[in-house]
Design a protein around this ligand. Structure first.
Ligand code: PAF
Length: 306
């Protein structure tokens, strides 16, 4: 595995790939402290013959003052070992000065219709503007054919998709399913900061989310409000301090209310604070994209496939 510690080293490592144009470049941006969720993205990104690049960079511009930038877990030696073991071709590990030289003044502002809600509302608009700015800078440096993002950060995925469609239409944005621990807790670098008691309580998060998922053809709860009320009660019994718990459309991120069967792409989104650690997660309310809103339609579909 090649390790590039500066933009100059990155360009040198990418030159043969560009000159020979023999393979595509698949890119997995990360903030390090890698876990199985990142590794599963790398595996998915590794198509035969592709040159796979991952970046490890804790991006200061996506943290607001008072957030956990200083405390964000970092373990570069372990990250590089895991990337090497996963068969990565090139690891890009830049410094802050390399990513943001003193004369670097450009910011890429994300679509406010996607960033003014959920984590954007809680963390402030600068969070996603920091994400789009660093991802745009990384895309400009790596010039990948495809880039991979985890579905745990669903809002980030939609924001990056929108930014990339506007500025980098040639880059295919791909996503990987959330990887969960045995008790269902979504893997996150921040989980390492939970106390043992906090880690135990955290299992209420996936439990309530997965409980809100509806059978495609016979939903047991009828409105978004019913689902939210049930999940809110579960979190209150588990003494989990909610930042938000909302149901929104998975693509536009607009709020969903009323009959849930009318919203086949609805997702439940949660952010919670445990032991001062911010955890986020989300699930689709209906698991299949072929969701049919009523039983008659389901019967028709079942009949037609026989
Ligand atoms: O999801 C992350 O780890 C970060 O937000 C990203 C996409 C690497 C940008 O810093």
């Amino acid at each position: 595995m090649i390790i590039a510690r500066s933009t100059a080293e990155l360009q040198a490592a990418l030159r043969p790939v560009r000159e020979e144009a023999l393979s595509g470049v698949a890119f997995v941006p990360t903030m390090g402290s890698l876990h199985e969720g990142h590794i599963s993205l790398l595996r998915a990104a590794q198509q035969p013959g592709d040159f796979t690049v991952a970046s490890v960079f804790v991006n200061p511009t996506q943290f607001s003052p008072g957030e956990d930038f200083e405390l964000y877990p970092r373990d570069e030696d372990r990250d590089l070992e895991l990337l090497d073991q996963a068969g990565l071709t090139l690891a890009f590990v830049p410094s802050v000065a390399d990513m943001y030289p003193v004369d670097f003044a450009t910011r890429v502002l994300a679509d406010p219709s996607l960033t003014s809600c959920l984590c954007g509302a809680s963390r402030g608009p600068q969070h996603f503007d920091g994400v789009t700015s660093v991802v745009a800078r990384l895309f400009g440096l790596v010039t990948p054919n495809s880039a991979w993002f985890g579905e745990k950060d669903w809002q980030q995925l939609q924001v990056v998709r929108s930014m990339s469609a506007d500025i980098f239409p040639g880059i295919e944005i791909r996503s990987g399913a959330t990887v969960r621990d045995q008790d269902g807790l979504a893997l996150s670098s921040r989980n390492a900061r939970l106390t043992p008691a906090g880690r135990l309580r955290a299992s209420a998060i996936p439990k309530a989310l997965l409980n809100s998922q509806q059978d495609n053809f016979s939903p047991t709860r009828t409105t978004a409000e019913d689902l939210l009320e049930e999940a809110t009660q579960a979190f209150s019994s588990a003494e989990i301090e909610l930042d938000y718990l909302q149901i929104r459309d998975g693509q536009s991120l607009q709020p969903v209310s009323g009959s849930i069967t009318e919203a086949p792409n609805a997702r439940m989104f949660i952010a919670a604070n445990l032991d001062g650690v911010r955890l986020i997660d989300n699930v689709p309310i209906f698991s299949s994209p072929n969701h049919q809103p009523d039983r008659a339609a389901a019967a028709t579909l079942a009949g037609s496939t026989r």
